[in-house]
Design a protein around this ligand. Sequence first.
Ligand SMILES: [Zn+2]
Length: 477
Amino acid sequence: MSSHLSLARAGRFVFVATLTVALATASAQTRITPPPNKYGPADDVKAGQEAAQQAMKQLPMLNDAATEEYVAGIGQRLVAAIPPELQHPEFRYTFRVVNQKDINAFALPGGPMFVNRGMIESAHDEGEIAGVMAHELSHVVLRHGTAQETKATPYEIGAVAGQILGAIVGGAAGSLIAQGSNFGISTYFMKFSREYESQADIEGSQIMARAGYNPADMANMFHTLAAQGGSNGPQWLSDHPDPGNREQRIRQEATALHFNGPGLTNTADFNSVQGRLRGMSPAYTAEQIAAQNKRGGYNNGGGPVATAGRVVQVSAPSGSFRTYQPSQGLRVSVPSNWMQVDAGQNSVTYAPDGAWFTDSSNNNSAFTHGVEIGVAQGTGNLQNDTNALLRNLSQSNPQMQQSGRAKNDSVAGRNGLTVQLANVSEVTKQPEYISLSTTELNNGSMLYVIGVAPRNEAGTYDSAFKRVRQNLQVADR
Ligand SMILES: [Zn+2]
């Protein structure tokens, strides 16, 4: 399911950047001097790599190739515009998108950058995304992380990674990594000084201009961030405090750079990625991510962590229904936001986006919300056949238990049975509700409908399951 990030697409953007270099170097830009630093660039790389590894365990990556390539494309364009005196050959710039709703982004020493999906979704154009990324990138190239460490604390470099991440994840999602360690210090650590913030604003403006973006878009993004504040304001703004007259100072630098015109917009690409994100299941909140970390965190290398459940969030069943004809003689109506996610010889499954999981290592699949409709061998005795199916299901769902007795019910317009069951989801490791309905077909086989939903959403889904089994049409007479 996860596809790895490719940086190969950056070629054409580098070309664009080269064209604009001549424009920007001719102008009177503010000269930025990196702060004193007792560490070497290799220390930045080490601290950043350790923190990045932790981030991969504690944050859900989006793992969407198109979105990641788009963001990496912006990143590579900016990296190509880093001035020669700030280039560190040891640094390696990588760009990942985190499937998190909160408007945030962070870059780690030595180059790894993480951009939240919420940041991409809230931007008004590509220049705004580039603005935040250029600011983050400037903290990296000016080596502010280790410079701050030089200035502020007696701690050894080995502790830096934990402190950085404690601040990132702690600030965004509660004190996940902070268990008894240096949380107070780490919070301070990531909250850069106003001097560093000002440097990142100015250096970022210059990098943007060299890359072909209008630096004023960085100021616009700060405006966007402030406007979407909520109660405490976005995390990004508290991690990157306003050094004073921030927007004005950036616009001033843009003028000094004689940047003319709107700059790069790539509106079509931007719109396409935003549209793509809108079509996905909602991004996770900081609270959901914190809860998942209590259950063992994330395994972004591939598939669910064996001992911990996944956070699954899908939109509620639509009130309008859509009809499918998966095979000759069978018509199925399901909520219109469900899709056919799987079809085999004897069964078909419908689920909302984000509720279907396959494990490529063993070909197992599972769904957390939706219905499976199928045909099983029968004997003509519906009660016995239903019990046989239940025994069969228990083998693959060892924690499944029947709640109460089977009740007579209408299924596909004929007499049937419905049984309610309690289970523990293989995917989320959380309590799950299952409704199983059965009826006989004329050829002696049994038609079944299995509805699945998290226990705490059973009420909402049960009425959808009822409509599905009542609206089923089977032409077998
Ligand atoms: Zn900053």
